[in-house]
Design a protein around this ligand. Structure first.
Ligand code: GLU
Length: 311
């Protein structure tokens, strides 16, 4: 088994991120598998340079390691690889230039928007012969969109079971290369998972619909697809995904409040029934207690008492 830790250095990790990293680490290490580190730093201005280092420091502080001998994939250094794959898709008619702005897509969309934005109505499909032609004809920045085929994309998630998404209905032709010249998450992740030999992707359940898109892309690129195991999200008492509005649950803030690494790891592991809520344990000490059969799909609800007594 080979999986990956793929932090997005967009700010401090919060408890939801940590829970996913911890369970990924336990799942892979308990099976004797390997872990590749990948830095998902494509996200332009939201990515802060120092945040990458801080993120890796947080992982180390928590006691989560990765196999450095497998290399570290830093997405911001792999632009050429992503561009070549995108060009190949365009050459084969599987992707096309698009000059639509976000607000144009929003106003053209007939259906209500899902969490991943409005469905693209296909305005630019078949409109331009090449990226250069699109730029010359419109004077606008040009993105590339993937040609999505109709029909359900089915897969069996390792925890959530059988899934099916009709990508054409959900997002339509989605962006694989942004008009600012960087690869979009969907393309970069498919290429990197294949390049690093990852055969099991473990990540938050918010990405379940993305999996269908990634399966389509992998097929088009002739890449092997990994298996997928999605973990339930951590939500606030209002049932919404954990965010700033629920208070600062960043590793940084919890450390400042007096939490030790083992205290915090134990507190988070208790949400997966791996130990009691007041136990302090390192990830290594949790290994013998971990069993995949303990994972459940129920969202983890975190209220204000969760971190009230640091230890
Ligand atoms: N970097 C993404 C995140 O932190 C994970 C992407 C993935 O696992 O495919 O949510």
């Amino acid at each position: 088994m080979r999986s990956r830790l793929a932090p997005s250095p967009t700010g401090a990790f919060h408890v939801g991120n940590v829970r996913t990293f911890l369970l990924t680490w336990l799942h892979v290490r308990a099976a004797g598998g390997s872990l590749v580190l990948r830095v998902d730093d494509l996200d332009g201005p939201r990515v802060k340079a120092a945040a990458t280092q801080e993120g890796l420091d947080d992982l180390r502080w928590l006691g989560l390691d990765w196999d450095a001998s497998l290399g570290v994939l830093v997405q911001s250094t792999r632009g050429d690889v992503y561009a070549a794959a995108a060009a190949d898709l365009v050459a084969r008619g599987l992707a096309y230039p698009c000059v639509c702005t976000r607000s144009e897509v929003e106003s053209a969309a007939s259906a209500p928007h899902g969490p991943d934005g409005p469905r693209y109505p296909g305005t630019c499909r078949g409109r331009f012969a090449s990226l250069e032609a699109a730029a010359a004809a419109t004077g606008r920045p040009v993105a590339l969109r993937f040609v999505v085929t109709r029909g359900p994309v089915a897969f069996v998630d390792g925890l959530f079971g059988p899934q099916a998404f009709d990508v054409a209905d959900e997002t339509g032709d989605f962006v694989i290369f942004k008009s600012n010249g960087t690869a979009a998450y969907q393309l970069a992740t498919v290429i990197d998972d294949a390049a690093s030999g990852v055969d099991l992707v473990i990540r938050g359940a918010d990405l379940l619909p993305s999996t269908a898109r990634q399966l389509l892309l992998a097929r088009a690129l002739g890449l092997a697809s990994p298996s997928y195991l999605h973990l339930p999200l951590v939500v606030g008492p209002d049932g919404r995904r954990l965010a700033k509005r629920h208070g600062d649950t960043s590793v940084r803030a919890l450390r400042a409040a007096g939490w030790t690494s083992a205290g915090l790891v134990g507190r988070i592991a208790s949400t997966a029934a791996l130990c009691g809520p007041h136990e302090s344990l390192s990830p290594s000490a949790l290994l013998s207690r971990y069993s995949p059969s303990q994972l459940t799909t129920a969202p983890v609800v975190l209220d204000s008492t969760f971190f009230s007594s640091p230890r």
